[in-house]
Design a protein around this ligand. Sequence first.
Ligand code: PLP
Length: 356
Amino acid sequence: MLKARKCVREMREYHSPLSAPATELRLDMNENTTGCSPRVLAKIRSLDAKLLALYPRREYGERLVADFLGINPSEAMLTNGADEGIDLLCRAYLDNNDELVLVVPTFGMYEVFSQGSAAKVARVAAGPEFGFPVDKVVDAITPRTRMIIICNPNNPTGTVIERADILRVLEAAPDAAVLVDEAYFEFYGKTMMDQIGKVPNLFIARTFSKVYGLAGLRLGVLAGATEQISVLKRMASPFNINAFAIECVAEALADRESVDAYVQQVSRTREWLRKQLEALGVKCWPSAANFILANFGASKNNVLTAMGQKGIALRDRPDCEGCIRITIGTQQEMERVVRELQQILAGKPEVQQVAG
Ligand SMILES: Cc1ncc(COP(=O)(O)O)c(C=O)c1O
């Protein structure tokens, strides 16, 4: 019988929450619940049949994005979502028995993509309050470490990693590809992008799926040293980005008003929600992203099921005991969430109490 490679046969099946029954309000994927910029939508509507008959010109979009990021086009690669960039890095740098260092809990797809080779994952547990355990990360680096992924701000905790800690990891592992995943950069505002072109083993992933509200378009960018990006470009299809996405880049980047308004609203609503949850006795962690991690303790399953029945999808995080990740929607949407939670929790007092 035909057999796929051993490491592929042994891959765990990935269950996307999207396979769950459809819900009316999706707060489980950190999408922008207000949608994309009207300028982007107008651009999509204006595209004609001739354009779609042509293979897409990735280099055109790459120049625009590189310019926006303040790096050279040779240091940028547009990817089919940030996911493709992560996958390409794993395929390019991880061989059998190589090691990938991750601080957990973190974004689940890192491990999924690493399974494309028989690499080993060295999981370093986050410190107290999900802090970045930089000493332990440095200690976990061995001669077999070929890749380290730092998610900043981290999904699902929303916590951030200091620049000095990232620089320390980069220096401690000169022979490893160090990816800083900045999918939620816009909500945090701090980046390592200025180090592209200076630090040869640094990569940065960004996405148009979150702040730009374009998850359905599948567009991300990977930044890195020219020599490394040119290798990655050889591995991917030259047509990995669709024409719609490329044509929309200019409008998406230009509409700063949309981006700024969304970031401001989400930040305000997130802090409002945190206070509301804490008033319900639910512990939350400070977040610098468009989601919040909340500990419902023994009530977790009840909350997930009951909210699902009310048409609201929240994200179970089995990797953080008792925790649910909630995407921040509009103020109105979150008011509805709080009202529903108040009702559900009224009969369930066993939530994790807020410390101190
Ligand atoms: C940390 C992180 N990186 C990457 C991604 C994937 O983004 P994209 O939709 O661009 O593939 C996500 C999506 O949730 C994410 O949370």
